[in-house]
Design a protein around this ligand. Structure first.
Ligand code: NAD
Ligand code: UDP
Length: 314
């Protein structure tokens, strides 16, 4: 039995990871400050002897004896990470330093949830791991993008300087149950709008592209990366390479929900990346990983989840 710390464990991805690693027979510490996460996501795990919930903020030091750390704590939705930009960068940088210090003390393996945002508004398409990116260092997305880039630097410096066993994954847009209804990201926004027959809000003309990965596929990739014993430390892209425009995505959601919603166009936020698609050659080669869940199947599960949430909130 491994003792595993999951920071951001009450968030969307973290809650799936907690459940999976607990079911696989591990001892889990789920640490969260509940900024964007919720006890609802992990309520069914509370009471299990091998699950411990800790309210803590990773910008402050934390001590526990653990074998592995998955560092997911950080708001991921643009409106949420921009709400308190300074706090976001502190979470990525001070939080990373605190978690690396803990990993060093415990000789734990540490995995950092990095992001496709390290590529910024990419001029290389699809994005592979050797691309250094095109990031605005002073814009409204920089608190997140540059924070995550600095966290990657810290991971690599602790690896080179202190011999820490580190793993970096770059997550591309992931969706599924346990996303917050008011999260502000495109999947939750469009599905909730469609289910309520409200206008679907496309930012800009909808020609920007994204590639959507279902959460169970991502969790498979995260665990394979942590368990990889071949000396492969990344960074590695984890995402679904099936790319579509945001306009096509809106039409797909309307079709799958049988909605009467109309599409409207709102201003495009500043620095919104125009295209994004992972090159997953490296993940296939090193981890034998690729996503399995078809977008329609994943979206139908997500739609069902939001239907229940809307019903509960009535
Ligand atoms: P989320 O907002 O649902 O989860 C983040 C969790 O971290 C929340 O539970 C939040 O309360 C917690 N948190 C935030 N700041 C904290 C702090 N200072 N101390 C302790 N806890 C804190 O987002 P998510 O989609 O589950 O993302 C999880 C991780 O994956 C994030 O690091 C995010 O950057 C990364 N990521 C996600 C995606 C995606 O598409 N979902 C894409 C790229 C990267
Ligand atoms: N988007 C949109 N309408 C919304 C929310 C998002 O058109 O209600 C667009 C957003 O401008 C971006 C894409 O959808 O081009 C993905 O946005 P999200 O916030 O999910 O994540 P990002 O990939 O930009 O980090």
């Amino acid at each position: 039995m491994k003792r595993i710390l999951i920071t951001g464990g009450a968030g969307f991805i973290g809650s799936h990871l907690c459940e999976r690693l607990l079911n696989e027979g591990n001892d889990i510490i789920c640490l969260d400050n509940f900024f964007t996460g919720s006890k609802d996501n992990i309520r069914h795990l509370i009471g299990n002897d091998h699950f411990e919930l800790v309210r803590h903020d990773i910008t402050k030091e934390y001590f526990a004896e653990v074998d592995e750390i998955y560092n997911l704590a950080c708001p991921a939705s643009p409106p949420h990470y921009q709400y308190n930009a300074i706090k976001t960068i502190k979470t990525s940088v001070l939080g990373m330093i605190n978690m690396l210090g803990l990993a060093k003390r415990c000789k734990a393996t540490i995995l950092q949830a990095s992001t496709s945002e390290v590529y910024g508004d990419p001029v290389v398409h699809p994005q592979n791991e050797s691309y250094w990116g095109n990031v605005n260092p002073i814009g409204i997305r920089s608190c997140y993008d540059e924070g995550k880039r600095c966290a990657e630097t810290l991971m690599m410096d602790y690896h080179r300087q202190n011999g820490l066993d580190t793993r970096i994954i770059r997550i591309f847009n992931t969706y599924g149950p346990n996303m917050d209804m008011n999260d502000g990201r495109v999947v939750s926004n469009f599905v909730v709008q469609a289910l309520q027959n409200k206008d679907i809000t496309i930012y800009g003309d909808g020609s920007q592209t994204r590639s959507f990965c279902y959460v169970s596929d991502l969790v498979d990739g995260m665990i394979s990366m942590m368990n990889n014993k071949q000396g492969f430390i990344g960074p590695v892209n984890l995402g679904n390479p099936s790319e579509r425009t945001i306009l096509d995505f809106a039409k797909l959601i309307i079709e799958l929900t049988n909605s009467n919603s109309k599409i409207i166009n709102l201003p495009l936020p500043k620095d919104d990346p125009t295209q994004r698609k992972p090159d997953i050659t490296l993940a296939k080669k090193e981890l034998n990983w690729e996503p399995k869940i078809d977008i329609k199947d994943g979206l139908l599960k997500t739609i069902k989840y939001f239907e229940n949430k809307i019903r509960e909130n009535k």
